[in-house]
Design a protein around this ligand. Structure first.
Ligand SMILES: NC(=O)c1ccc[n+]([C@@H]2O[C@H](COP(=O)([O-])OP(=O)(O)OC[C@H]3O[C@@H](n4cnc5c(N)ncnc54)[C@H](OP(=O)(O)O)[C@@H]3O)[C@@H](O)[C@H]2O)c1
Length: 284
């Protein structure tokens, strides 16, 4: 993974922006409109999943946008109920039909669900689906180092990204480093701690840093990810917030300020919903 002036170049040589749009809760016709607003503000990456119940409107926004399909990157995820090789393929085809898209630009195994022991099988399905052109870039989400090594050793194919929880109260530096060692880009989910479960946007240290740079707390957190070589995927339905979020990488936080934000980490207590990937299993 390398960084150029526009974004990240992944281990499969594809180029990705520094910031993408999380789409949890962007649903229905209102959601289509909110995603179109985000595209108009400059977002080019949409992060969806079957369990966000919005693959349909994400695809609808892509079609209704004045942008060409090739200009928009759509990323979705395989649920734990379909880790069997054959099931994974059928599920992916269904997901694409729901979205009304010919291919996903990126597709991730949503959770490893280690007790079921099928994530290697699921990874083999993604490797083959990529060869068939159904998905462009393949990656994982919430994978721990041993899960990463299992799929790499079984297939010789390293995921391009690993989407993990990361925000100032749970900075997950451990997984950022583990991903980096393997040439995998870290994507930060819930970069603002999901808004209501976690008050990072109200944190005094972050507010002080924001005032110093004449930026908003949200922009400071996105920039903190950018400076760490991490792609943030904040969700926002609000056009003002969306614009702020996409315009958050045109300045450089100082090392001192980065360290102040790093110091806000609360370890395991900082997770938004206690979702430890060794314990938490997701099926939808
Ligand atoms: N792979 C996984 O297991 C996983 C798990 C969770 C999430 N995700 C992905 O990560 C994305 C982001 O995470 P999330 O949706 O949990 O939460 P988040 O991005 O951490 O926070 C979203 C909250 O922040 C607010 N917000 C956004 N921009 C703001 C700004 N500039 N100023 C003030 N408030 C702002 C939003 O309100 P407004 O809408 O009003 O702006 C919303 O309440 C998801 O949508 C999803 O795509 C993946």
């Amino acid at each position: 993974m390398t960084i150029n002036e526009k974004g990240f170049v992944l281990n499969d040589k594809t180029a990705w922006p520094y910031v993408g749009l999380g789409t949890i809760d962007l649903v229905g016709d209102k959601g289509t409109f909110e995603i179109l607003n985000a595209l108009n503000s400059g977002f080019r990456l949409l992060d969806t999943s079957t369990n966000y119940n919005n693959e349909g409107i994400v695809g609808e926004a892509v079609r209704r946008s004045k942008l060409h399909r090739e200009e928009i990157l759509v990323s979705s995820k395989l649920p734990g109920s379909h880790h069997d090789y054959d099931k994974a393929f059928i599920f992916l085809q269904e997901s694409l039909r729901r979205a009304g898209l010919e291919y996903f630009d990126k597709y991730l195994i949503h959770w490893p669900n280690p007790d079921d022991g099928k994530y290697v099988e699921a990874w083999k399905a993604l490797v083959d689906a990529q060869k068939q052109g159904l998905i462009r870039t393949i990656g994982v989400s919430n994978f721990e180092p041993d899960h990463l090594d299992d799929i790499i050793n079984a297939t010789g194919v390293t995921p391009a990204t690993n989407q993990v929880e990361r925000h100032p109260y749970f900075n997950n530096k451990r997984m950022v480093e583990e991903n980096k060692k393997r040439g995998i880009l870290t994507e930060a989910w819930s970069p603002f701690g999901r808004g209501y479960l976690n008050d990072v946007l109200e944190n005094e240290t972050i507010k002080e840093i924001a005032a110093k740079y004449d930026k908003t707390p949200a922009q400071i957190i996105i920039n903190w990810n950018y400076k760490a070589g991490v792609m943030a995927i904040p969700k926002s339905a609000d056009p003002v917030h969306q614009k702020e979020n996409i315009e958050a990488t045109d300045f450089d936080l100082s090392q001192e300020d980065i360290e102040k934000i790093d110091a806000l980490d609360k370890g395991e207590d900082g997770r938004v919903e206690g979702q430890d990937p060794y314990e938490y299993h997701e099926y939808v």
